[in-house]
Design a binder for this molecule. Structure first.
Ligand SMILES: *[C@@H]1O[C@H](CO)[C@@H](O)[C@H](O)[C@H]1NC(C)=O
Ligand SMILES: *[C@@H]1O[C@H](CO)[C@@H](O)[C@H](O)[C@H]1NC(C)=O
Length: 949
């Protein structure tokens, strides 16, 4: 309900084709017609400008061709050699301040005023200028403050005329336009929110590497230029290249040259200082990669790296780790301090004696955080790159004493990982809301110098990459919890058009929530319960609905738009549905086979066909567009037994019951109680309970059910395995509350099936809440609450609660804002209250489901308080404080479950109560509240939300 309501509102927001950009282009009218007037459009560049600007200009020309069928005529004009008649028709002039004489002359003649962007990082201004040069009535003029300022100004036009940054890497179709106009507006943009914004191509085997080998023969510049262009169109500027078995600077010496020419700042991964890839060590260095025993050779090796990169724009990785991606057994705080000092000496002697002018970063990844914890500090001109836990939870952010460092701080984040507790590198598993929640924290805590995200093979992560880089570019648009949904709507509009945008955004948003419940690699048949809360079927139905909706949108699109939709939306929905079908069918097969049910075979057959469908879907992906993305789905993902991937997808084990033609039918009840006792029914809970009557042989049998008259059984008679009948019959039992005795009692239900006679007990509670009560009511010994459904929420002068839609495993998250606020102290601090009604007097366990966030400020551990009625609030500090470089004991479980659980105990009598909840720190995200009054059953997501009266 809530979700569709939000989408309905967002659908009314007028959308341009560009994502979050101030419009400068229209297809209907404007100050200057750029295309469709009959005359050829000219793009004027300067040959004195950066090559990267000229190259992006050529892209703009091609982009006009993609949209209108007519490319631009490019002219390089330098005032010294002025073409007497440069252009008369529609004209776009692009140039960098200080590089393009034409732009400089427009500034000096007062035709443009660039004071808002001059000298600023990556900024640009675009506007219509009357009579910009003799003989030319008007032009769209784009002036860049620097090289990338101009480039982003160019690609702003590309995006606004309808060429997505993903036109090639995700085949987003362009909509043909017959007319394009430049609006008569002056737009200034930049500098970006985060200075260095980029991705790390990593864990690149098998998918990306197999694809690159087939298409390019290796990680050479023919491959990399596609990545450079994509990054620039996404307004990013920074790249850590692949490194599992490649050497960016060696494999193709054009790699670094073209990166620089395009305008990409190259880095190397956290474990590869001074641009030297890991693989280079064995090839170009004498002795071991070991500071203690081989310092002089390491210095020589790194010095060569610095010399090699002297001519290009580089953000240097500093520090040192051990071999490969491991801790060094010999490094200490003292020797690492020496490493960094030596590296700075190398940089100052080879690059620039002014170290502040050289971008440098030290990534506090894994054990490196431990050196910092033990007191090692880097010089102020090195950016501290804080890391997440490889699973999207930031381990640490700048604390007040660290925010004044001149080179600031940044974040290394993950959308993909190889390692414990398990790899995740098959398809997208990212909740955009989670990314927002963590990166918004990072931004507000001043980690604004570098954002770099590990994107695995790049390809299946198009959406999270776009979202991450858009936030990094302009966080001012993404300050609100619901900004993720605004972004999704804009994204869907840009990629697939406004007609399907809200439906697409809704699918992608739900996809992120479902996928984030548990990484696919951590799924197996035991995760979702097939006996409690109808959990497995509910989850499977959600995926089925999603895949069905995605298919319908796909089929409604033009043929040109379908491949892109398949790659980014339909494929992941279908793949995830198939995977869940595989595991739920396997779970039923295994359970039913242990009961001797003949229907185990059909669930086994469903699992087998799902397993086959998984690889068939990968083939469909590979055959798309004549094999353009062949190998991109080579990653195994079924049959993990430990953190590392299996060498092939392995079918989970299935069971077939032994052929049997004598055994009588069996009975199995919801909840799995072997004495046939059903979970309690009440007026305020599940409407019905189920009994499975099942055949264990190939002979048919009749069944009938005899019960008290207030117990409704549907059906109450039938046959198993008779012609037209199935081998199983699920019988639903419900209570006629007006006819049933009041209070608590138990009805006995007699099930007769062939020669089998079983008495099933159905306990029920026909109590009513006190008149006038409004709130959540106990049923089956549990009250389950979605935190956003509070009765009241109070605020304080320094904080209030906000809802993060879709962040959580079932509905949303609730957290304190602003995240920069001081610690909040109950009971006067912002409080959430929930009216609850219990029928049980007991010591209740109140379990909070929370986001799996970590203590990013060790002096302010994540904490909440809970109290029933007027009791003293009980403190819950649910993430143990750890030293940087180590993870809390709770981490493995909360990472596997993509959520944290913590329980406090409270005495509760029967009747109406108020449950009070306080988050004591921003960063605490409540995702579910479960009050266990003795009836909680095992499940993955917890009980469905209780009834509210
Ligand atoms: C060193 O570089 C920084 C950053 O570019 C600059 O602000 C500073 O003025 C430079 N110092 C000297 C002495 O040139
Ligand atoms: C049941 O299975 C037995 C053994 O395979 C077979 O002989 C018999 O014909 C089957 N009966 C029916 C009704 O299918």
């Amino acid at each position: 309900m809530i979700t569709s309501y939000i989408w309905a509102i967002l659908a009314l927001v007028p959308c341009t084709l560009s994502l979050g950009q101030v419009p400068i282009i229209s297809f209907s009218s404007g100050g200057l017609q750029l295309a469709g007037s009959g005359s050829q459009t000219t793009l004027i560049l300067s040959s004195a400008d950066y090559k990267g600007v000229q190259r992006a200009g050529a892209d703009l020309s091609a982009d006009f061709g993609r949209v209108t069928g007519k490319s631009l005529t490019i002219k390089n004009i330098d005032l010294a050699t002025t073409d007497p008649s440069p252009a008369t028709g529609p004209t776009i002039i692009v140039g960098t301040i200080g590089k393009s004489k034409l732009i400089d002359s427009l500034i000096s003649s007062g035709k443009i005023d660039v004071s808002k962007i001059r000298g600023k990082w990556e900024s640009f201004q675009s506007q219509l200028v009357v009579n910009p040069m003799s003989g030319l009535a008007s032009a769209l003029v784009i002036a860049g403050s620097d090289k990338r300022g101009s480039i982003y100004g160019i690609y702003d036009v590309s995006e606004q005329i309808g060429v997505s940054p993903w036109y090639w890497f995700a085949d987003v179709a362009t909509t043909p336009q017959s007319k394009i106009f430049a609006l008569d507006v002056t737009k200034t943009q930049g500098p970006p929110s985060v200075k260095y914004r980029g991705i790390f191509l990593n864990d690149e085997q098998p998918a990306l590497t197999n694809w690159v080998r087939e298409k390019y023969g290796g990680y050479n510049s023919r491959f990399y230029v596609n990545v450079f262009e994509l990054l620039l169109r996404l307004r990013a500027n920074y790249l850590w290249p692949t490194m599992w078995d490649s050497m960016f600077n060696v494999d193709d010496t054009n790699n670094p040259i073209l990166a620089d020419e395009y305008g990409i700042v190259m880095g190397t991964s956290h474990t590869e200082p001074l641009t030297r890839s890991t693989k280079e060590q064995s090839r170009y260095m004498s002795g071991n990669w070991d500071w203690a025993s081989n310092k002089q050779n390491v210095i020589r090796f790194l010095t060569d790296g610095a010399k090699r990169s002297k001519q290009t724009e580089v953000l240097y990785t500093m520090g040192m780790r051990g071999n490969g991606d491991e801790a060094s057994p010999t490094l200490t705080e003292k020797s690492l301090e020496d490493v960094i000092k030596s590296q700075q000496a190398i940089l100052s002697s080879t690059i620039n004696s002014n170290l502040s002018a050289i971008p440098q970063m030290w990534c506090l990844y894994k054990e490196v955080g431990g050196y910092y914890q033990n007191g090692l500090r880097a010089p102020d001109d090195i950016t501290l790159l804080w890391s997440d836990d490889n699973n999207g939870n930031l381990q640490r952010l700048p604390i007040p004493s660290e925010v004044k460092r001149s080179a600031g701080a940044g974040v290394y984040y993950h959308f993909d990982y190889v390692g414990s507790p398990r790899n995740y590198k098959w398809i997208n598993t990212i909740s955009l809301e989670k990314t927002w929640e963590q990166m918004h924290l990072a931004y507000e805590k001043e980690a604004r110098e570098i954002w770099v995200v590990n994107v695995g093979d790049l390809k299946p992560l198009e959406i999270p990459i776009s979202h991450f880089l858009d936030m990094a570019y302009d966080m001012t648009q993404y300050g609100e919890p619901k900004s993720t949904q605004t972004w999704l709507m804009q994204w869907a509009t840009r990629e697939f058009g406004s007609t399907v945008a809200s439906a697409t955004a809704s699918v992608v948003d739900r996809y992120g929530m479902y996928a984030n419940r548990r990484k696919y690699e951590l799924m197996d048949a035991s995760i979702y319960s097939v006996v409690n809360y109808d959990e497995a079927d509910t989850v499977l139905n959600q995926w089925r609905t999603l895949a069905t909706e995605a298919q319908a949108i796909h089929d409604s699109l033009s043929v040109a738009a379908q491949p892109s939709f398949f790659e980014m939306v339909l494929h992941p929905c279908k793949a995830a549905y198939i995977l869940h079908l595989l595991y739920v069918s396997t779970a039923k097969n295994n359970l039913y086979a242990s009961q001797g049910r003949v229907s185990a075979a059909s669930h086994g057959a469903t699992a087998v066909s799902a397993f086959a469908a998984d690889s068939a879907l990968a083939s469909t992906y590979h055959k798309l567009l004549g094999g353009k993305w062949n190998h991109m789905m080579d990653q195994t993902h079924i049959g993990y037994t430990y953190w590392q991937q299996p060498s092939s997808n392995n079918m989970p084990s299935l069971k077939w019951p032994a052929a049997n033609y004598q055994k009588p039918p069996g009975v199995f009840v919801e909840g799995g109680n072997s004495k046939y006792v059903l979970p309690t029914l009440s007026r305020y809970g599940s409407k019905s309970r189920w009994i499975d009557i099942y055949s264990t042989s190939n002979s048919s049998a009749a069944f009938n059910i005899v019960s008290d008259k207030w117990v409704r059984t549907t059906p109450s008679v039938g046959n198993l395995r008779a012609p037209g009948d199935t081998a199983d019959q699920r019988v639903l039992l419900s209570i006629d509350w007006e006819a049933a005795p009041s209070g608590k009692s138990t009805s006995k239900v007699k099930v007769v099936a062939g020669s089998t006679v079983v008495t099933v007990e159905i306990p029920f509670d026909n109590s009513k809440v006190a008149a006038g009560f409004s709130g959540f009511v106990e049923s089956d010994g549990v009250i389950s609450i979605e935190p956003e459904h509070y009765t009241s929420a109070t605020t304080s002068p320094t904080a209030s609660y906000g809802i993060i839609p879709m962040y959580g495993r079932t509905l949303s998250g609730v957290a304190l804002f602003p995240v920069t606020t001081i610690a909040q102290t109950p009971p006067s601090s912002p409080k959430l209250t929930y009216n609850i009604y219990t029928f049980t007097s007991t010591t209740a366990s109140i379990t909070l489901h929370l986001a799996p966030s970590l203590n990013f400020d060790p002096s302010r551990p994540l904490t909440y308080y809970v109290a029933v009625d007027g009791e003293t609030p009980v403190k819950a500090q649910y993430v143990p404080i750890t030293q940087l470089g180590t993870l809390p004991s709770t981490w493995t479980d909360s990472t596997r479950d993509a959520g944290c659980k913590f329980t406090t105990r409270h005495k509760v009598s029967a009747g109406a109560h108020v449950l009070n909840l306080w988050a004591a720190e921003p960063g605490v995200v409540f995702q579910k509240i479960v009050v266990d009054l003795g009836g909680l059953r095992s499940s993955y997501l917890g009980p469905p939300e209780s009834m509210r009266v």
